[in-house]
Design a protein around this ligand. Structure first.
Ligand code: HSE
Length: 300
């Protein structure tokens, strides 16, 4: 009656697909230990690795709320869970930290109750975790963290989530600089209106990226990793953004942009060696202004 579940970090937006694209990486990720108990509700016994910064109250915790909403939905208010959450990734990093916790929590709860719901049906509950964390129930982190691989959120209402094939050899480099960006703030600074010209450019890139991934066509992937709507606004929150991006491209990356709401930046490369070289170059570019950065390289 207990289980340990790992859910991976994710790169949301993937340049042009704000709130609609995301992919999962192998590492880092969060881990939830869950135990089924007779007392209703969720009790957080401990959170490890958050330096005491996350709420211990289940209703305010992304994993806690996701499980609570799930229990209500399936009508199991007779039972509850004890939970230990282990954070293996930094908060406010743009790596989908809150999403990974919510996904691990709700997945674990579903397993312990004998899988009343399919994996895909768990998505709306994990999204509730995102709502608590940043005020918006976006699915571009929880989707890939739950389903794995590259995910498209075609529609939010009704929810329509699709897994997309990716080339056999495709690697992500993520560099997390030691600065913090709050997702709520990073959403608040965005403009509500988009010009027709930018909408057309963005739609071309969205279509191009999906075509590039499925064909596969690496050059097309690279050409399509362009964001004319969100990146120009958010990049001001990331020191040395242009230099870091240029360093990635100069070292053979197909493309480079902000991971989720930042400050992490990610790049895609066609092989592991390039992805590693890109990571060192990006790290070096941050370091040139005294910012240290952690590098993660992972297959997609
Ligand atoms: N799509 C979301 C955003 C992801 O960019 O705000 C947050 O990690």
């Amino acid at each position: 009656n207990e289980i340990r579940v790992f859910a991976p970090a994710t790169v949301a937006n993937v340049a042009c697909g704000f709130d609609i694209f995301g992919f999962a990486v192998d590492q880092p990720g969060d881990e939830v230990w869950l135990k089924l108990v007779d007392q209703p509700g969720v009790r957080i016994i401990d959170i490890i690795g958050d330096q005491g910064r996350l709420p211990r109250e289940a209703a305010r915790n992304t994993a806690g709320i996701a499980i609570q909403v799930f229990l209500q939905k399936i009508g199991r208010t007779d039972v509850g869970f004890e939970m230990i959450l282990t954070k293996h990734m930094p908060l406010g990093s743009g790596l989908g930290s809150s999403a990974a916790s919510a996904v691990a929590g709700v997945f674990a709860a579903n397993e312990l109750l004998g899988r009343p719901l399919t994996t895909l049906e768990l998505l709306p509950f994990a999204m509730e975790g995102e709502r608590v964390a940043c005020g918006s129930a976006h699915a571009d982190n929880v989707g890939p963290s739950l389903l794995g691989g590259f995910v498209v959120v075609r529609s939010y209402s009704p929810l329509d989530v699709i897994r997309i094939d990716t080339p056999a050899s495709l690697f992500a480099t993520i560099v997390h600089p030691d600065v913090e960006v709050n997702t709520k703030d990073a959403r608040y600074i965005l403009k509500n209106e988009v010009s027709l010209k930018n909408a057309i450019t963005q739609m071309g890139n969205v279509a191009g990226l999906i075509a590039g991934l499925t064909k596969p066509d690496y050059d097309l992937i690279g050409r399509s990793m362009v964001d004319v709507i969100i990146e120009p606004v958010r990049s001001i929150l990331i020191p040395e953004f242009n230099e870091v991006k240029q360093a990635a491209l100069d070292n053979g990356a197909l493309g480079c942009s902000i991971s989720g709401s930042g400050p992490s930046m990610f790049a895609l490369s066609r092989d592991l060696e390039t992805a590693q070289a890109v990571g060192s170059a990006m790290q070096q570019a941050f370091l040139s202004v005294g910012i240290t950065g952690e590098v993660y390289v992972s297959g997609i």
